[in-house]
Write a protein that binds this ligand. Structure first.
Ligand SMILES: [Zn+2]
Length: 224
């Protein structure tokens, strides 16, 4: 096999970017500059869930594995793109919505929930994304899926402040099964070639509940 296209599915990480309500703002501060020190070095301050990132079980599960402890194999695999575009603001994505894709769910597959909500990134509407119903999450887990990605801020409903009314059930189902979640994917329209292979490898941040990802899709073509 040969690698054809490599398509970027990541948000640009930059100061002032939209983050989950209450999360730290992204801040860049030069630690050294060419003018002053003869070298450019950037100081970076950000939350573990800024931009395109993954959630480790430790995000919600006491004693669960952190990012640095996870098998990197969880973050690489063939994509099963679940096209649920057409859902409205804060609408649930149900098991019924995912049923047409059921034959493609198995261990090692990365389920990519395509809501289309990425087009609202940077606006207040981005917070009002559709989200997975617990029944949909259970369907994926029961089929052996352990990696779930979405082109929205969260797989659960985003709450502006205070506790989540349902206690983040989808995070708990996926992470509680030893799975991982990737959020804020972008550019999913570029995934329209056959059998994309995804790489969502996070930085190996020690004892971290989540970490940024340079998400890419690879097109594999037969050697000619
Ligand atoms: Zn997250």
């Amino acid at each position: 096999m040969r690698i054809g296209r490599v398509v970027d599915l990541s948000r640009r990480v930059e100061p002032g970017m939209q983050v989950y309500p209450g999360d730290p703002e992204v801040r860049f501060e030069p630690a050294a500059t060419l003018e002053e020190e003869g070298v450019n070095v950037l100081g970076i301050r950000m939350g573990s869930h800024s931009g395109t990132h993954v959630d480790a079980p430790y995000h919600f599960i006491a004693g669960g594995p952190s990012v640095d402890e996870l098998d990197p194999g969880l973050f690489v695999g063939p994509a099963a793109v679940l096209d649920v575009r057409g859902k409205g603001p804060r609408e649930r994505i149900t098991a019924g919505d995912l049923r047409p894709y059921r034959a493609r769910f198995s261990g090692g597959v990365i389920a990519v929930v395509r809501t289309g909500w990425e087009e609202h990134y940077g606006t207040p509407l981005y917070y009002d994304h559709p989200f997975l119903d617990p029944g949909a999450a259970r369907m994926l887990i029961e089929a052996g899926v352990r990696t779930v990605a979405i082109d929205a801020l969260s797989v659960d409903e985003t709450v502006a402040e205070g506790p989540h009314p349902e206690g983040y059930p989808v995070h708990r189902i996926i992470l509680g099964a030893g799975g991982v979640i990737a959020e804020n994917l972008a550019n999913l329209g570029a995934l329209e070639f056959p059998d994309p292979l995804l790489s969502l490898l996070p930085l190996r941040l020690g004892e971290a509940d989540g970490a940024p990802v340079r998400a890419v899709a690879l097109e594999l073509t037969p050697e000619s």
